[in-house]
Design a protein around this ligand. Sequence first.
Ligand code: ADP
Length: 486
Amino acid sequence: MSVNKATVAGVEVSTDHWINGKRVSSAKRFTNISPVDGSVLCEVAAGGKAEVDMAVEAARKAFPAWAALGPKGRLPILKKFAEGIRARVNELAAVETMDNGSLLVGNVMRVAPRAAQNIEFFAEWALTLEGHSIDSPEVVNHVHYDPAGVAALITPWNAPLMLTTWKVGPALAAGNTVVVKPPEWAPLTCSLMADIAHAAGVPAGVLNVVQGIGEEAGDALVNHPDVDRISFTGSTDTAKIIGQAAARSITPMSAELGGKSPFIVCADADLDAAAQTVAAQYMNAGQVCLAGTRVMVEKSIEAPFLEKVRGAAAHMVVGDPRDKDTRVGPLIHKEHFERVAGFVERAKADGAVPLWGGNRANFGELYFEPTLFANVDPKLEIAQREVFGPVLTWQSFSDDDEVIALANGTDYGLAGTLFSKNEKRAMAIADKVTAGTLWVNCFFIRDLAAPFGGARSSGIGREGGTWSFDFYSDIKNISVRKGSFA
Ligand code: ADP
């Protein structure tokens, strides 16, 4: 057992890998800095090919016994895993906040409980997959969801606990074993998750965590010949690299990627609710792939609606994410701050006009002001590329065809939000907007049973409910001739 640990927000966290039911160290380490205050949190093991090989081998060895348990055998262990997460919600939330700067209140109320749900929900859903058959004239088709094998799970820093459990839950429930590569800018809650899984009785080798840099540990993992599934959440550029590795071995890959989602406000909308929801796009400093960052407002209400958004945005207090009044915390990393600031500077140079914000916030090194750009030509970089910061654009439209074209006018298709009280009109627009998820008169509500993913450059495939099991299983049809058995 290694002794590499850190105490973060009063919680002891291992900074090593978790491989085959043991802590494994690496001589090479990377520095993990908190975006909240710039403090050094710890030095984390930087895995590479050797650690990935060990983890995949352990996962392969553990696979037959875990698969053989079946959904009913796995259920009590996974339920205990979920209970273990619930018992440590406050600790997980506090560590996540220090690690990635996300709002503590949100982590306590929503993110950490959701992590438990992710494990429990899919463990229960797996029971519903047994016993399906399709009757044909000559045969009965028995549909089996066979576990696929070893799943490589790669997650991003903006919501590591939520997104890791969103993959670990269905992958384990379907009978796979997993190797997780957590994000190097926020690696700690995945480490805690491994301890919780172990304490719940998840057998050695079933869940492995290899810490490290994307281009090293992540690259070794997606190129490993004994990986049967790759599930990735992150940037479109990284997905293109991972996709090449997946293509070489024809390994099925699921990818949830970036977005530049439209936020459409019709003149007949509940404007107060819409304005509050526009302002909410600044939460977590806009580091939310689903954020509706392109606000599109019907011309007839443009001026009064802008004032409502201005009022709502004034409540988006920038500050320490541990403070309950804070709505906008820090950007994750200096490198990312420079990236966001670069987008803003280029937007200004391109002629876009900040109606508010546009600068570093008067709080700390990595904090950026909530920003709204007007005078935005749809072709500008600021209207086309994902910023992943508290930066929105404002555009107006005169009719539904115009807003549909505007909404669909990027390479992305992750999500969209639409406010209108006119059902017929709302559903007609929603029908024509290209998106994996389109929220009407609401935002961010995600039922675990519903499909989730992105169209075009925003992703490959869907996860959630049955779709997760379609991905994490080898679906087999046992086609039996009727009356052929003695
Ligand atoms: P972001 O822009 O959100 O940081 P990335 O796509 O770079 O997104 O990172 C998401 C995850 O992908 C992280 O865990 C990162 O370490 C990992 N990653 C980055 N590059 C690679 C790569 N070449 N191969 C595998 N994983 C990678």
